[in-house]
Design a protein around this ligand. Structure first.
Ligand code: SF4
Length: 324
């Protein structure tokens, strides 16, 4: 029997007002399920809508249409105390650790804030949680008396992680959490996140443009292009061979871990098209080396091609299950 998703999106859409009165469709009718205990890697080029999707799941950004369910409960328009309490279960680690920390406040107050506000913890309870968390993220409890500017980028991201974990969430969106850090620090922060996820049994959406990083942390992969999910697969299936030509091109630029012949490098020509004016048919057809006439006119649906594997393409690169 299929498990109940922890988080479930149905027809989620986010539109913004663009220049010259045009509507920018940043997220286009996304259906997605995230299951308890898993880390789902959300990948795609910069500007494809993945950060907007992550923020909208937590209603940091409000959806234009569609439904968000948490443990089966519709939270799309929930308000008041119930939403504040529910939202405490859903936290975010931001890309820019410095920009997301109030420079005037002490670290202990920054980390304690979501716990006091959303969980109604006493100051005494909050102080103990904060001390333990600062120890766990490797900064030590003494860090609580200092302010953000006294820390390096990697240390500030550890503070961001401690703040996200303070209210004991069940689900965390990590939005490019290491992309602003030096390469030498990235592995440390990824290892810290991996350990904390395992110890706390957390469910996570890990957003990144870097497939090499996602490979280390994700159980499943969802690929996004121009606001749509175009492929969903287990990590092993995806890295063994994407079913969508866009995933194939993204993966071709990542060094293979396995021995064997080197992958053919596939150059993606052109930039991501304008989300206010997406191409007709399959929105990837302007950059796809396999495009046929049908691709220019008929938008492909996201369809299941094997157990747990979905692709939005008329000509998937792996055979349909059961096809001869
Ligand atoms: Fe390429 Fe056509 Fe598949 Fe789109 S539907 S990815 S254009 S083959």
């Amino acid at each position: 029997m299929k498990p109940t998703p922890l988080l479930q999106l149905e027809g989620l859409r986010v539109e913004f007002a663009g220049s010259a009165g045009r509507r920018v469709r940043a997220v286009r009718d996304v259906d997605l399920e995230i299951f308890e205990g898993e880390t789902l890697g959300l990948v795609g080029e910069s500007g494809c809508g993945k950060s907007t999707l992550g923020r909208t799941m937590l209603r940091v950004t409000e959806p234009t249409a569609g439904t968000i369910r948490y443990l089966g409960l519709d939270i799309t328009t929930m308000r008041g105390t119930l939403f504040r309490q529910t939202r405490a279960d859903l936290q975010m680690v931001f890309q820019d650790p410095f920009g997301s920390l109030n420079p005037r406040r002490k670290i202990a107050d920054i980390v304690a804030e979501p716990l006091l506000r959303a969980r109604g913890a006493s100051k005494e309870e909050a102080r103990k949680v904060v001390d333990d968390l600062l120890d766990q993220v490797g900064l030590g409890r003494e860090a609580g008396a200092r302010r953000p500017h006294e820390f390096s980028g990697g240390q500030r991201q550890r503070i961001g992680i401690a703040r996200a974990l303070a209210p004991s969430p069940r689900f965390v969106v990590a939005d490019e959490p290491v992309s602003a850090l030096d390469v030498s620090i990235q592995a440390q922060v990824i290892n810290l996140l991996t350990d904390l996820i395992r110890e706390r049994g957390l469910t996570m959406l890990f957003i990144s443009h870097d497939l090499g990083v996602v490979r280390h942390i994700a159980d499943r992969i969802a690929v996004m292009y121009l606001g749509q999910i175009i492929e969903i697969a287990s990590r092993d299936d995806f890295f063994a061979g994407p079913a969508h030509p866009y995933g194939e091109a993204l993966l071709s630029s990542v060094p293979a871990l396995e021995k064997g012949p080197a992958r053919e490098r596939i150059e993606l020509t052109g930039d991501l098209p304008d989300p206010a004016d997406p191409p007709s048919g399959c929105t990837f057809h302007t950059r796809c080396r396999y495009a046929i006439d049908t691709c220019r006119t008929d938008p492909p649906a996201l369809r299941e091609i094997a157990d747990g594997r979905q692709v939005r393409c008329h000509l998937p690169l792996i055979p349909l299950e059961g096809a001869t």
